[in-house]
Design a protein around this ligand. Structure first.
Ligand SMILES: [Zn+2]
Length: 288
């Protein structure tokens, strides 16, 4: 499942063709995504200018001249593809084996096509008036952006104070910090040298003040996300950049998916355990 770096990579790939461009036509070939695409979807998009393409956690947010915001989520297997050979005024259809999973195509007035492909159809697209964005249920419960200015050790400690769950579970909780999933939680905990089994509350004192562990963890989270974005995200199954190329960060995993391999720090064996039904990879000697 794409995590923050993969979504940010997609955003950076789409921004050059979408930002400042007008949406000429929208083709919805399959309305049955995670939630059905609304009947007035095309009408509310066609003719609108994309003022900006942003991201909140794992959502892409296209700001439209109409005052609507187009919310897009990749789900489990969603990807976007930019048509390269399109000429202005010509609607371009790329021929490839996977076109049966091309569910939504945006034809931009600048000639580019932006195609959303999603074999498993857990992705979603929804229009929300900008004025109602703060009340949008999909976004309202999200915790801080890990790369944003407000996210720091004090904030993370406050979210973890009194928590009896593991650090792995706390960091995977989108209300504690937004955008992290299995891969980057494992990698951040390794970089911070903290055990995924450690109680979340141990990064704060009893009053919720952060200790050194919280500081190390925040630094590790930011560093691993930045490195992953730099590498174009991780391509395990379906992640592609918008130009179709693969991300590279999977080659830089230090613990994730490396069960039995040597720890890059101590050369001990990396262990896999199952927490809340998901695999956790860590080094039992380095991470305490
Ligand atoms: Zn180690």
């Amino acid at each position: 499942m794409p995590e923050l770096p993969e979504v940010e990579t997609v955003r950076r790939g789409l921004a050059p063709v979408m930002e400042g461009a007008r949406i000429a036509k929208v083709e919805v070939r399959h309305r049955g995504l995670r939630w059905p695409i609304a009947k007035d979807f095309e009408k509310r998009l066609e003719g609108m200018l994309v003022d900006g393409l942003g991201r909140r956690a794992k959502y892409l947010l296209a700001d439209l001249s109409s005052g609507d915001v187009l919310l897009m989520h990749l789900g489990m297997s969603g990807s976007f593809r930019v048509g390269k050979d399109a000429k202005p005024g010509v609607y371009y259809h790329e021929r490839s084996k996977s076109t049966s999973h091309d569910h939504v195509v945006f034809h931009m007035a600048n000639g580019a096509t932006v195609t959303f492909n999603d074999p498993r159809r857990f992705g979603s697209m929804k229009l929300v008036p900008r004025a109602k964005l703060a009340q949008e249920p999909l976004l309202r419960a999200l915790g801080p952006e890990p790369l944003g200015n407000e996210f720091d050790a004090a904030m993370l400690a406050k979210a973890c104070v009194g928590k009896k769950t593991s650090l792995k579970a706390a960091l995977s909780d989108q209300r504690v910090v937004a955008g992290l999933g299995n891969i980057y939680v494992c990698e951040a905990l390794f970089r911070a040298r903290l055990s995924p089994k450690r109680r979340a509350s141990t990064i704060a004192d009893r009053h919720g003040k952060p200790n050194e562990r919280a500081e190390k963890l925040v630094d590790a989270i930011r560093a691993v996300l930045k490195d992953a974005i730099e590498a174009g995200g991780s391509s395990l199954r379906d992640h592609r950049r918008a130009d179709g190329s693969l991300g590279d960060f999977q080659h830089n995993f230090q613990v994730y998916d490396r069960e039995g391999e040597p720890c890059p720090n101590c050369k001990g064996k990396i262990k896999r355990i199952v927490q809340a039904g998901r695999s956790t990879f860590y080094c039992p000697s380095c991470q305490k």
